[in-house]
Design a protein around this ligand. Sequence first.
Ligand code: ATP
Ligand code: MG
Length: 397
Amino acid sequence: MKEIILAYQGEMTLKGLNRSKFEARLAKSIRYRLEDLGKFKVTQAQSTVFIEPLEDDLDMDEAFRRISKIFGIVKMSRAACCSKDFDEICATAEAYLGETLHGIRTFKVEAKRADKTFPMKSPELCRELGAYLLGKHPHLRVNVHEPQLEIMVEIRDKGAYIHGPKVEAAGGLPVGTSGRALNLLSGGIDSPVAAYCMARRGLALHHIHFASPPYTSLRAKLKVRALARELAEYTGNCQLFVVPYTKPQEYIRDNAPDVLFTVLMRRSMLRIAKLVADQSEMEALITGESLAQVASQTMQAIACTDAAQNLPILRPLIGMDKTEIIAISRKIGTFDTSIEPYEDCCTIFTPPHPKTKPSLAEIEAAEAGMPGLAELERIAAETVEKIPIRIGDDPEF
Ligand code: ATP
Ligand code: MG
């Protein structure tokens, strides 16, 4: 009996002419993710990706787990496949699910006949296969409303596929089909979630992190690298740009009003991010800001931050509560790393009472008093450290 993985494509089926581009991306991601597990054949038909092992003893659990993190797939199942012959379908269903049926009391059969040349219509196929399985397991009852196991038979062009319930997959759009962006990655809870949300919408992204040694430690930088690695299963391979930010930050501290420090620093970070984004043709910046979460995330502060440079800033968490953000963080597996207690450059030098409603005019006046800042920002962008992040790298090392 041959087992394969079926991955059902999501909303990209709606995308008209772009569909083939989307499908090609998705297949490429799947092939890449399975490469080191052994030989698989990946084909697409009828909005489904068929992932077929070509060797014995391939790790199907791991293949399934990896594919469940690839954006563009809404549901998945493992299935036994056989030829489109009723007797063979019965025998395959029994061989594949017989043991499970042994341990439960109720089931139902659902059929989907995509290949209309198959001689039995769906209701007949359900009925007959159900009768066959009841014959093999007389303790069973059919329950169409709340069965303990729903058995699905799909009659497709190339064969028949028998499986249990489909499971939820990652959803979204294949990474790389919506453009490229640079994610501002701190060591906190929010920005990894922001990266996940935007990658899920099909963005290919890199990360940028601002480090201010000796105020921030090597451990803090390693923590951010670990987060980028944890995200890689979703985002794919990428770069982590680490900006040496100490000099611009000290300059702002020494030359501008205390109460404006945070907004001035955030504008400066975004200008540097734009310089780095331009070097690698990235079309937008991403942050983990959420409205009113902290003093730098009021409407007025956000307006001042937006005006610092001209790339669009994507803020996927802007309307989310912390509890919602934490739930996603736990789901994607970044939470435990995020809560490790290392300092971030955003939390050093912060004044006790930052101005929550700064005006752009006063911010620009403060910047006019810092003539050396642009040059320090340029140098910071030019001396950025590039750390390659590859899927499968161990986050610990
Ligand atoms: P997070 O949990 O992502 O750190 P936060 O709630 O702590 O967010 P802030 O510290 O105000 O909020 O940062 C807002 C956003 O600015 C972050 O989500 C992140 O995108 C960006 N950011 C903050 N610090 C850094 C940093 N050191 N390097 C890169 N980006 C940063
Ligand atoms: Mg933070």
